[in-house]
Design a protein. Structure first.
Length: 161
């Protein structure tokens, strides 16, 4: 028997979700925390624009979670995005994010949430050959192809800025 490091449950959930959706990913454990797009870009030697920020919002009318996959180089224009979502958006607290996804803020992955979640993707992510996203913890990220991620997440592509 060999001593193999075990992955945290959240990371395994992301890997299983990717496999179930035929999404090829490469999970990397970073040596430093990667809670922000800048930290993640430094950790994997990528451009900030290649980092996928998985941002959870709450529909102001429905109360339902909405997941935005946003380029690390962009800030979300909530008013513009609300037009595509169909309702105004609110920024929820950390408890709402964890309940909706099963992930803590800083480790929210684009797939592997505990419950189905409507997902929208920043069109700027499609300009890159590869992108990096959180893999369930602030110390785990995964590399993938942006269009394959869009398909796996059933994401609607929209402008976010």
């Amino acid at each position: 028997m060999t001593d193999q490091p075990t992955r945290p449950d959240a990371v395994r959930r992301v890997e299983i979700a990717a496999l179930a959706r035929s999404l090829p990913i490469r999970v990397v454990e970073t040596q430093v925390i990667a809670r922000t797009a800048e930290e993640a870009a430094l950790a994997v030697s990528a451009e900030v624009g290649q980092i996928v920020k998985s941002l959870v919002f709450r529909g102001a009318t429905s109360g339902e979670p909405v997941l935005l996959l946003v380029s690390g180089a962009n800030r979300v224009d909530e008013t513009a995005v609300a037009v595509h979502v169909g309702e105004p958006l609110e920024r929820p607290d950390a408890d709402f994010v964890r309940e909706a996804t099963g992930f803590a803020i800083g480790g929210v992955a684009p797939l592997g949430s505990l419950h189905p979640i409507r997902t929208f993707m920043d069109r700027d992510l499609l300009a890159h050959d590869v992108v990096w996203a959180a893999a369930g913890t602030p110390f785990h990220v995964f590399e993938t192809v942006p269009d394959a991620l869009r398909i796996a997440c059933d994401a609607v592509v929209i402008p976010v800025r």
